[in-house]
Design a protein around this ligand. Structure first.
Ligand SMILES: *[C@@H]1O[C@H](CO)[C@@H](O)[C@H](O)[C@H]1NC(C)=O
Ligand SMILES: *[C@@H]1O[C@H](CO)[C@@H](O)[C@H](O)[C@H]1NC(C)=O
Ligand SMILES: *[C@@H]1O[C@H](CO)[C@@H](O)[C@H](O)[C@H]1NC(C)=O
Length: 353
């Protein structure tokens, strides 16, 4: 006891604050603040991969744009407590290496395109997937999240680019998840609040919009069933069972076939997107979970001014819903899009506003 007290007195002399807490008269040395920087990064910035412009958007906005990101994915990440940097398609591998060294995670959004298109989403996805594998192999925790087509991209890349999916019918389908045994041991759900699991298990809150499905047989046939933990399944309109939630056993890679960002941020009518309070609570869980994974590495831009050159706030959003798109808002980018070289953000101090 007296040794402990002496030690704490000694340390107190060298610490300005945060080194010792006195609780009930006993000294507790906070090793975190003395020996290492905190493990949790509370400045997470997540890259969202752009994709080839949808034909329907090209029809509505002809000859202007080459790629896009639906705003609902941006809001999803922001609602989980992170900022967003757009990640371009059609770039060399060095670009993805560089940008990922500054980002804390990548989201592959859903969409409608073929994986065989050159210089597009799937090629960029391949670079990102391989770079993230390497980072994680070297002990640098780097998560990837795939939603809908992004989920299919994860298994496609894991199957070394072989078409392993099956045609299915799951548009405007609102479903509860059918959890597999052992879902409680998954990283995605082991710390999930029980009311979130109850909502997902019992209420039709997951929004499905996909004409391809990945089945457990597909994982087995393509020899990737040892890589992916199947957490939940569902049945399409014709009763075909498909995988609705997976995570990689080795890497922090996560895939969901449904669209929580639609429950939160998309309002197209007659598409069976649940906007109940419980649908919002359950959807929000996925955003917070993914961002919590992204808090586990300390990749960062050089400083706040440099962050400002990359964040998505530099680009305009368009109210595409007004022209009948199923996305309320989108960021659409011309072919020569790049990050900005200078801006004056944060020059003026208006923090009292
Ligand atoms: C890509 O695959 C689709 C479906 O199999 C096919 O219709 C299309 O022609 C292919 N495109 C290219 C560029 O190979
Ligand atoms: C995927 O699995 C389904 C059945 O679960 C099967 O019908 C389909 O042919 C499989 N796809 C491929 C490419 O093997
Ligand atoms: C929404 O999806 C559920 C299936 O999960 C179905 O029972 C219901 O009829 C669908 N509603 C519409 C309007 O499509």
């Amino acid at each position: 006891m007296s040794f402990k007290l002496n030690l704490s007195l000694l340390i107190v002399l060298f610490c300005t604050h945060n080194c010792i807490y006195l609780i009930n008269g006993r000294s507790i040395i906070s090793t975190d603040s003395i020996f290492k920087t905190p493990q949790i990064n509370n400045n997470p910035i997540i890259g969202i991969l752009a994709e080839e412009l949808l034909y329907s958007l090209e029809d509505k906005y002809p000859d202007q744009y080459h790629s896009y990101i639906a705003s609902s994915y941006v809001k999803f990440v922001e609602g989980g407590g992170a900022r967003v940097v757009p990640v371009w398609i059609g770039k060399p591998r060095e670009y993805y290496e560089d940008i990922m060294s500054k980002l804390n995670g990548i989201l592959f959004p859903g969409g409608s395109l073929w994986f065989n298109q050159t210089n597009g989403y799937s090629e960029a996805g391949m670079h990102i997937y391989e770079i993230a594998e390497k980072m994680n192999d070297e002990g640098d925790y780097f998560p990837i999240w795939g939603t809908c087509l992004g989920f299919e991209l994860l298994t496609y890349l894991s199957a070394k680019g072989e078409e392993h999916r099956v045609d299915c019918s799951s548009n405007s389908q609102s479903l509860p998840l059918i959890f597999k045994d052992g879902f409680h041991e998954s990283r995605m759900f082991k710390n999930a609040p029980s009311h979130v699991i109850e909502i997902l298990r019992t209420e039709p809150v997951t929004s499905n919009f996909h004409q391809f499905c990945v089945t457990e047989k597909n994982l087995t046939d393509f020899h990737i069933d040892k890589e992916w933990h199947v957490i939940s399944v569902n049945d399409d309109w014709n009763g075909l069972e498909f995988i609705s939630t997976i995570e990689n056993y080795r890497y922090p890679f996560y895939g969901i076939q449904f669209h929580p960002e639609k429950n939160l941020y998309e309002w197209v009518r007659n598409k069976n997107i649940s906007h109940t309070t419980n649908a919002v609570i359950a959807s929000q869980y996925f955003a917070e979970f993914f961002v919590s994974e992204a808090r586990k590495n300390d990749h960062h831009f050089a400083d706040a001014k440099t962050e400002d050159l990359y964040v998505i706030y530099n680009y305009p959003e368009t109210f595409t819903g007004a022209k009948g798109s199923s996305f309320e808002q989108c960021y659409m980018f011309p072919e020569d899009v790049d990050y900005v070289k200078t801006n004056n953000a944060h020059v003026q101090d208006d923090t009292n506003v």
